[in-house]
Design a protein around this ligand. Structure first.
Ligand SMILES: Cc1cc2nc3c(=O)[nH]c(=O)nc-3n(C[C@H](O)[C@H](O)[C@H](O)COP(=O)(O)O)c2cc1C
Length: 223
């Protein structure tokens, strides 16, 4: 092959490669554009399902995902930035609030929870959203692994009393796991603090609101 022929071949291949890259990038962009709304809708549906699992059937008739309130960072919630809570309503009356809570002191770092508190101050339910605890030890906080998390159902700030809000090893009322006390201790503390937060802010959380999408901001416990 002569030199000009080699140059022509190289140019042709470069152009083909460039064209291939442009087409591929275009296809990826189109796919993203088409699937993005579906992904958002699927995430929303999954979140709504999780939220509704935390509340008794028939205790709300609103779209939980659309009834939001922004909570400023608060030590009692373990959040360093503002977070979204969800208000359950029945016939327009608030019946419960679902609060995101972070227990920073898990065995392997932060444990992210959702804590559902009924308007009367009783816990409707608690679920673990995300954690890095050890499989077979600390992961029994997950409902998929054990029913331990149901031990909070129906409890409130005064039931058990202050000293009862601890694992049994610390003279409290909640079971720990064999050889793994750190994880349940962190979760019990975080749920107790969520109830203290609710006690301090319930008028703001469950106050009257005529709009479906709420965006009031509940200020810090100290503020
Ligand atoms: C590899 C490894 C992983 C562990 N994972 C956990 C865990 O996820 N959660 C936990 O509470 N303790 C875990 N532990 C045990 C803790 O180090 C600690 O001993 C225990 O929580 C204390 O519980 P106890 O007071 O019942 O002995 C783990 C220990 C080891 C060696």
């Amino acid at each position: 092959m002569s030199l000009p022929e080699i140059s022509r071949s190289m140019l042709k291949n470069s152009l083909l490669l460039g064209l291939f890259a442009v087409v591929t990038v275009g296809l990826v962009a189109i796919t993203q554009h088409v699937t993005a709304p579906r992904i958002v809708a699927a995430e929303r549906a999954a979140q709504s399902q999780l939220l509704s699992q935390l509340l008794p059937a028939g205790s709300f008739d609103n779209l939980l995902h659309d009834s939001q309130v922004t909570l400023a960072a608060d030590p009692l919630l373990g959040n360093l930035s503002s977070k979204t809570a969800y208000i359950a309503r029945l016939n327009g009356q608030p019946t419960a609030v679902i609060v995101p809570v972070t227990a920073a002191d898990g065995y392997s770092g932060a444990i992210h929870l959702l804590v559902a508190i009924k308007a009367n101050g009783q816990l409707a339910g608690v679920r673990v959203l995300k954690h890095k605890e050890t499989p077979g030890l600390g992961d029994k906080i997950e409902l998929a692994k054990s029913v331990w998390i149901h031990g909070f159902d129906g409890k409130s700030l005064n039931d058990p009393s202050e000293s009862g809000w601890a694992v049994k090893k610390d003279q409290g009322q909640f079971d720990q796991f064999a050889g793994a006390t750190i994880t349940p201790r962190a979760v019990v503390k975080a749920v107790h603090q969520a109830l203290q937060y609710f006690d301090a802010h319930q008028r703001q959380l469950l106050g009257p609101s005529s709009t479906t999408v709420e965006s009031s901001t509940v200020r810090n416990s100290n503020g």
